[in-house]
Design a protein around this ligand. Structure first.
Ligand code: C2E
Ligand code: MG
Ligand code: MG
Ligand code: MG
Length: 282
């Protein structure tokens, strides 16, 4: 009868919950071990100027090589890292590793690239963040102007005054700030003029519609126009086709990032590609 059924449903539900909770706990323990055992790696994806076609920057994207599960994508562990606070030590590792890598590329004679790293809400709320960033840059021997941090709109709107204060501190150091996945969060156009931002990154969702969805094209065009008006750099993410590339160039987009230009790749591969290009005349 009904009561029984309810009981079954409840038991089923708690079993589901238990297995979900167990899986989360396992993942959390694995994540802690990953920090100790250095199972993380950074890949770097080129950011290319639309004008001259040169790579002007790279975005560092974390990869986790789990001993049994293989490669775990950041979408599957960053949210948990954020929830558990493990993102703080992981984020420190990302910052340290990426800045060292950039300094190494400087020594190897690569062009002076800009380095973009992703910051989660928890990192951005840490009052010690600017000092951490400054110390890490100094340890690597890099000027703060070489670094851009990427945050999402949701990080800003949570507490706009706190966010504005943090942005001021970062910009004061010389670090620039990009809004990642722009247009998909709780966009408030008001914050754009209130905050000392550098770059808008058009979410790949809109880029993908170029060539087949007039609405996405209109949104892309509008974001580029907005960025121009506010004197912000604008970069389109997720560029996969020549058609998207041509459209963005025509619209006056500053920079592009996507599989068409280059996938996220290990540091050594980026070096090889650069050496290959340096040997090719013209
Ligand atoms: P994101 O910062 O928006 O990074 C862009 C994502 O789009 C990356 O996925 C990249 O591999 C992918 N991508 C780039 N170009 C293309 C393209 O042309 N086509 C397609 N289909 N995908 C493209 P990834 O590496 O899986 O990272 C996912 C998200 O995880 C990132 O989104 C970022 O929010 C987060 N994340 C990655 N690394 C870190 C990190 O070190 N710290 C923090 N806090 N978050 C990170
Ligand atoms: Mg990003
Ligand atoms: Mg993005
Ligand atoms: Mg994203």
């Amino acid at each position: 009868e009904a009561k029984n059924l309810g009981g079954h449903t409840y038991r089923f539900y708690t079993q589901e919950l238990n297995s979900l909770a167990r899986e989360q706990l396992e993942l959390e323990q694995a994540l802690r071990a990953a920090i100790r055992q250095q199972e993380f790696e950074l890949h770097y994806q080129p950011q290319t100027g639309l004008n001259r076609g040169d790579t002007v920057g790279v975005e560092a994207l974390i990869r986790w090589h789990h001993p049994e599960r293989g490669m775990v994508s950041p979408g599957d562990f960053i949210p948990l890292a954020e929830k558990t606070g493990l993102i703080v030590p992981i984020g420190d590792w990302v910052l340290r590793t990426a800045t060292r890598q950039l300094a190494e590329w400087d020594r190897l004679g690569l062009p002076p690239l800009r380095l973009a790293i992703n910051l989660s809400a928890r990192q951005f709320a840490d009052p010690e963040l600017p000092e951490r960033i400054l110390e890490t840059l100094q340890a690597a021997g890099l000027a703060p102007e070489r670094l851009e941090v990427e945050i999402t709109e949701s990080v800003l709107v949570e507490d706009i005054d706190a966010a504005a204060a943090m942005l001021q501190r970062l910009v004061h150091l010389g670090v620039s700030v990009a809004i990642d996945d722009f247009g998909t969060g709780q966009s408030s156009l008001r914050y754009l003029r209130r905050l000392p931002l550098t770059t808008l990154k058009i979410d790949r969702e809109f880029t993908w519609g170029i060539g087949n969805d007039p609405d996405d094209e209109a949104i892309t065009r509008a974001i580029i126009g907005l960025a121009k008006t506010l004197k912000l750099r604008v970069l389109a993410e997720g560029v996969e086709t020549e058609q998207q590339h041509a459209f963005l160039r025509e619209m006056g987009c500053d920079e592009v990032q996507g599989f068409l230009l280059g996938r996220p790749m290990p540091a050594t591969q980026l070096e090889h590609e650069w050496q290959k290009r340096a040997r090719t005349p013209g």
